[in-house]
Design a protein around this ligand. Sequence first.
Ligand SMILES: NC(=O)c1ccc[n+]([C@@H]2O[C@H](COP(=O)([O-])OP(=O)(O)OC[C@H]3O[C@@H](n4cnc5c(N)ncnc54)[C@H](OP(=O)(O)O)[C@@H]3O)[C@@H](O)[C@H]2O)c1
Length: 325
Amino acid sequence: MEFVRLGTTGLQVSRICMGTMQFGWSIDESDSLKVLNAAFEAGINIFDTADVYSNWVPGNPGGVAETILGKWMKNYHIPRDRVVIATKVRGKMGEGANDQGLGRVHIFQAVEASLARLKTDFIDLYQAHSPDENTPIEETIQAFDDLVRDGKVRFVGASNYNASQLIEALLKSDENKKVRFETLQPKYNLLQREEFEAELKQVCLKMGLAVLPYSPLRGGFLTGKYRVGKPLPKSTRAESGARYLTDPNITVLDKLDEMSKSHNSTVAQIALAWLLADPVVASPIIGATSVVQLNENLGCLAVHLTTQEINILNDLTNWKTVNAM
Ligand SMILES: NC(=O)c1ccc[n+]([C@@H]2O[C@H](COP(=O)([O-])OP(=O)(O)OC[C@H]3O[C@@H](n4cnc5c(N)ncnc54)[C@H](OP(=O)(O)O)[C@@H]3O)[C@@H](O)[C@H]2O)c1
């Protein structure tokens, strides 16, 4: 496994981060534990989760992915200092007015609930899942600062922030001498580049934030398993996967097919290798639903694209010239 410094935190994290959003609904607990064990055995040391996972699924109350991760660490005696646990706060966890958001009261409740589910006494990276327009950013930063001082959280990060929201947060941290967001978790993959590349990328580079891209395979589409005329794969995400079969995306898949043949690799590995080739990317967060998928995706670490290949992929998916996908 290769490791990379997580921004300015000093933490060394694996170049692939294990996502957990699929646990407890796309795959059951037993298979989730198999994926976690295989990921750890392969050298992955950073695991991303969120308190809300996956409360959008009927019958899933949220907290399920954190609970599975906590059980795994406890039941398999995973040394706490061998894993970097990243979770998130912001989503709706109950019906009360303070059961969501980035206000002080909710953050303090949410962190205790996450710690209990994760069966740990600290969180390595506590991330704001998305901005909260109803709470002044100073209040959120103060609450995060208090959690770091209390030892409940080591570092904080942001997800789904736009550039001006991120800059505002970083400036407030600096002005008030409080903890600052050390990481950004944006949606970023070969087919969804504009949101990150237009402005956020420069902010992260300039401010030394580590980037942890989520949905690196666009929910499975960038594995090449969705094809015109082929039956849909068995997946909780099959419907959206089928919708991405547009002409520009098919052209990208054709190119990925060609490159995967010349690298003796797979489409997914090329798509992940494209992300890893960008120095701004610390560790893409993958979301495998089986050990087979996990192992395939880990194979991307052995794929090194040439500058020419990267340029070809960049041109094909250039958001300034290619229609939105
Ligand atoms: N911050 C945020 O707002 C946010 C949002 C979303 C995700 N995340 C984080 O990012 C992680 C990854 O996101 P994601 O699940 O959207 O990532 P993704 O890599 O784009 O999609 C993962 C899905 O693709 C399919 N897949 C993956 N590898 C495959 C392979 N080799 N062959 C065939 N199918 C494969 C699997 O679904 P099927 O087997 O069902 O097809 C898997 O669940 C999440 O677990 C979560 O930790 C964060």
